[in-house]
Design a protein around this ligand. Structure first.
Ligand code: ADP
Length: 264
């Protein structure tokens, strides 16, 4: 068949990136972006070269989490220059300004499709060990578009972030089916906000019963890669764009994230 020049360019750029990992969730608010960023931060702290691409075009939170909000994307002869996070030099690509986000809402599908493709085709990522792809939540229109484009990137697979509440689990089930239909490998589940860490004594308190998520894991043969506690030290850092891995390396949440990294 004919060679698609766009795909050829995507291949050239993606061939020098060892691992591409999708971070997905069935619904918003379960901590997908936070977990995706912490994953990038842990990898970067272990001397990996890491990029994060924010495909959650209509609700981007990566720029704030990785503290690149004051930077703008510029075009160079090598392609779009990535934003540089002060967090161990993580490279970031995202829609930067509010105005553009509003425009995108108007005629979403075509624009989102084009833009997401350009994040891979036109961005000069250079050589990376990991490219973490934060995807739009499963309930949004952009979700399908994003995954279609991401297929061309030939990802290692997807991590599905969830909480163990009944409402979240129903959306995970849908997400699992969706990935299987699309031929995206599922690396495993991450149960976020699984417990609460007491800020005084580090004691862990369970939040939601976990039998349902465990049942889903068994039934679908998808491992639970990590359980991340709610940790107020994480929230305090993330809210102001600081790096919890550097500031609280011994916190339970970061230790669980390190376990997730080991499982990859
Ligand atoms: P999503 O990307 O799924 O919409 P976010 O990553 O934006 O969710 O997280 C939602 C909120 O929950 C954020 O304010 C974030 O700081 C907080 N949060 C997520 N995970 C944790 C955690 N493990 N401990 C403490 N706060 C968390």
């Amino acid at each position: 068949g004919r060679i698609d020049p766009d795909q050829e360019m995507i291949d050239i750029r993606m061939n020098v990136i060892k691992h591409k990992i999708l971070v997905m969730s069935g619904k918003g608010g379960v901590g997908k972006s936070t977990v995706g960023c912490m994953l990038a931060q842990v990898l970067a702290s272990q001397s990996c070269k890491v990029g994060v691409v924010d495909l959650d075009i209509c609700g981007p939170s990566i720029p704030k989490l990785l503290s690149v909000e004051d930077q703008v994307v510029v075009n160079t002869e090598y392609g779009w220059k990535t934003l540089l996070s002060p967090h161990n030099g993580i490279k970031v690509m995202s829609v930067e300004d509010q105005e553009k986000q509003v425009c995108l809402h108007v005629s979403k599908c075509i624009l989102v499709n084009g833009l997401i493709k350009r994040f891979f085709k036109d961005t000069f990522w250079g050589k990376l060990d990991y490219l973490i792809c934060d995807t739009p939540p499963g309930t949004s229109d952009e979700h399908l578009t994003a995954i279609k484009v991401l297929k061309n990137v030939r990802p290692d697979g997807a991590i599905i972030v969830t909480t163990s509440q009944g409402v979240s689990i129903a959306t995970v089930r849908r997400e699992v089916n969706f990935c299987r239909k699309m031929g995206v490998k599922i690396l495993g589940l991450v149960v976020n906000m699984s417990t609460f860490v007491c800020p005084c004594c580090d004691e862990l308190t369970n939040i939601f019963p976990e039998d349902e998520i465990e049942k889903l894991s068994e039934e679908q043969k998808i491992p639970i890669l990590a359980r991340i506690p709610i940790d107020t030290r994480v929230t305090a850092c993330c809210e102001v764009g600081r790096n919890p891995v550097i500031e609280h390396p011994n916190s339970q949440a970061i230790k669980c994230m390190e376990q997730l990294v080991r499982s990859l």
